[in-house]
Design a protein around this ligand. Structure first.
Ligand code: ATP
Ligand code: MG
Length: 584
């Protein structure tokens, strides 16, 4: 089931010729050295700093007056921040940190919604060579405490309201925390809790970025907690090479583009692609403060004339529930490319988009640990719905099989095994905070083991099968939840599906599905049997779910990933484990 490429190579149908015009040739000739030469490096050979490349490089040149960030408030008001203004504001923030004696390598945490101060904090922290760690503003005190404790936070930037609701009572439990900076307080509350706006006003807008080694830690991101306790992954300044390369080849940034990444910087996509990558390419980055609203999202796409849109399957599945065909109601003519990440993208969603949006969605795969996109569909390459696509230039991907404690490469196509990456790409995580052993266990020789199972077809397309922890072993078959969920999604009644294995004396495990329904469908015995029959026809009796339940809302992480482990724990009456990232 292959879709035609979005744009046909060498024909007039290109709106703009993509940067990755010829995948094979670019991959063959690729070198990280050439990516580096597209960046500036700090003046006088003082190393490489993410924020310098993203902001100052443009502010000091032709893009000084170009809009770097267009912020859309919850009320719908907009504020444009040029590259020059962004340079000044991030310099101010870096000077604030200097004044407070926050040093290189110390951690600055943020906890706020998507407001301009978040972006000043992120980039200003990088300028100061401190480590930036964003937290979701929806976290409760316990997950905040856990993460700030583990990350040895020295500064937290937040709002007065969040401070009063969540931080005030836990301050004493955070001995390393020296300052809380409140974005909206007019005056300092005490010696430790200060007004950021007052400090910013006094701070100079000039700042010289100190020497930054490519290996200096820059970012700390906690994983989504989909499979267990979130891990703290550390990334270095050299990651900027991946951010740049993937922005060029995957998101296809071109001069004058307007880009929207819907992810919150509370998880890695919202930082790598919601802040860094678009700015590296000097495009205009749309930041929408409001949470998901289907109609408002299409209004933003239309009004802001967005060219490239990066979102997630969870949002796409919600858009699919709309009764309108968006392209008939909204003017989406500026839109050139849609990308998705975070979970497997069901083929059904790609076909829906082709019809309802006028173009397919490009799925791509990566993890917090990889720091940037590793496998992707590209505008110039045929899409195979359900496949994650092809490895990025410079990224070596293999499927490994475990044989008596040894990992071996599988060279037969379409064979399921562990998805692994050859170590050495610039944005590879350099540590799991306080979990050295766990970090070491992720590697075997030259390979980083991702914890995901996948297969590769004979043309080099990678197909996600499931997380190794979620794989179901039933009567001698290995069943990946994605395959079963995608089959269920093809049924018109099903809005979302999650599949788990439950222990069974005879079969080992049996496949159980949970579904939520589209509007106008009612859950009853007839529909249950119909869905079982539907899956049997598509997947065969061995793989099709034996049991199906309906629940209104599947449990998800705040970044929108279905938490199968929670469904399983609830099903089996076991402890739920860490639920800090559960969307409430
Ligand atoms: P934790 O590691 O704490 O359990 P997590 O793995 O969900 O959480 P992230 O790093 O945010 O945390 O997510 C990366 C994972 O998301 C990948 O390992 C993969 O399982 C899944 N994923 C991301 N993109 C895709 C995709 N395009 N197709 C399939 N799965 C994807
Ligand atoms: Mg993970």
């Amino acid at each position: 089931m292959a879709l035609p490429p979005t744009l046909k190579k060498g024909t007039d149908s290109w709106k703009i010729k993509p940067n990755l015009y010829d995948y094979q040739t670019v991959s063959k000739n690729f070198s990280w050295k050439s990516v580096k030469s597209a960046l500036a490096g700090l003046p006088k050979g003082k190393g490489i700093n993410i924020a310098y490349e993203a902001v100052d490089r443009h502010a000091n040149a032709d893009l000084a007056h170009h809009t770097a960030i267009r912020w859309i408030s919850k009320k719908g008001e907009t504020q444009d921040i040029t590259y020059q203004e962004l340079k000044a504001q991030t310099n101010r923030f870096a000077n604030v940190l200097q004044q407070l004696k926050i040093k290189k390598g110390e951690a600055v945490f943020s906890m706020m919604g998507r407001i301009p101060e978040l972006y000043f904090t992120a980039l200003g922290t990088l300028k100061n060579t401190s480590i930036f760690c964003p937290l979701f503003s929806a976290f409760g005190p316990e997950p905040i405490l856990q993460r700030m404790g583990k990350g040895k936070a020295t500064v937290l930037v937040t709002t007065t309201k969040l401070y009063q609701r969540k931080i005030n009572n836990i301050l004493e439990q955070l001995p390393s925390l020296r300052y809380v900076l409140l974005t909206d307080a007019e005056k300092d509350l005490n010696e430790k809790v200060l007004s950021l706006s007052a400090l910013m006003e006094e701070a100079s807008h000039d700042f010289e970025i100190p020497p930054t080694d490519p290996n200096d830690p820059a970012l700390l991101h906690f994983t989504s907690g989909t499979t267990g306790m979130p891990k703290g992954a550390v990334h270095i300044h050299n990651a900027v090479l991946t951010h740049y390369m993937t922005g060029k080849y995957v998101l296809d940034f071109q001069e004058g583009d307007i880009f929207w990444c819907t992810a919150d910087p509370g998880w890695v996509t919202g930082t790598s692609y919601g802040i860094i990558s678009p700015l590296l390419h000097g495009v205009t980055n749309i930041v929408a403060e409001a949470e998901f609203d289907a109609i408002q999202w299409f209004e933003i796409l239309q009004r802001e004339k967005i060219n490239i849109w990066y979102t997630a399957p969870t949002a796409i599945r919600r858009l699919m529930r709309l009764e309108i065909k968006p392209k008939d109601v909204f003017d989406l003519s500026a839109l050139r490319l849609i990308h998705s990440v975070g979970e497997p993208l069901n083929p059904e969603a790609i076909l829906w988009a082709q019809d309802a949006l006028g173009m397919p969605i490009h799925d791509n795969w990566w993890q917090t640990e990889t720091g940037g996109i590793m496998i992707s569909n590209f505008p110039s390459v045929e899409i195979r719905p359900g496949s994650m696509g092809l490895p990025l230039p410079g990224i070596e991907v293999v499927i490994l099989k475990n044989n008596k404690e040894e990992w071996q490469e599988i060279d037969t196509p379409d064979t399921v095994g562990e998805l692994a990456l050859k170590v050495g790409w610039p944005s590879m995580f350099v540590a799991y905070l306080e979990e050295e052993e766990r970090y070491k266990k992720c590697f075997y020789g030259d390979w980083y083991l991702t914890g995901d199972l996948a297969k590769v077809d004979q043309d080099g397309y990678y197909w996600f099968v499931g997380r190794s922890k979620d794989i179901i072993k039933t009567s001698g078959h290995m069943v990946g939840p994605f395959e079963v969920e995608s089959a269920l999604m093809e049924h018109e009644a099903v809005a979302e599906a999650a599949v788990i294995g439950i222990p069974d004396e005879v079969a080992g495990e049996i496949v159980k599905a949970f579904v939520s329904l589209n509007k106008n469908y009612i859950w009853d015995e007839k529909l249950r049997l119909e869905l079982i029959g539907f899956c049997r026809k598509k997947l065969g009796a061995a793989v099709a779910p034996k049991v199906i339940d309906c629940i209104a809302n599947l449990p998800k992480t705040k970044s929108g990933k279905i938490m199968r482990r929670l469904l399983k724990a609830r099903e089996l009456g076991l402890p739920e484990g860490d639920t800090s990232t559960l969307e409430k």
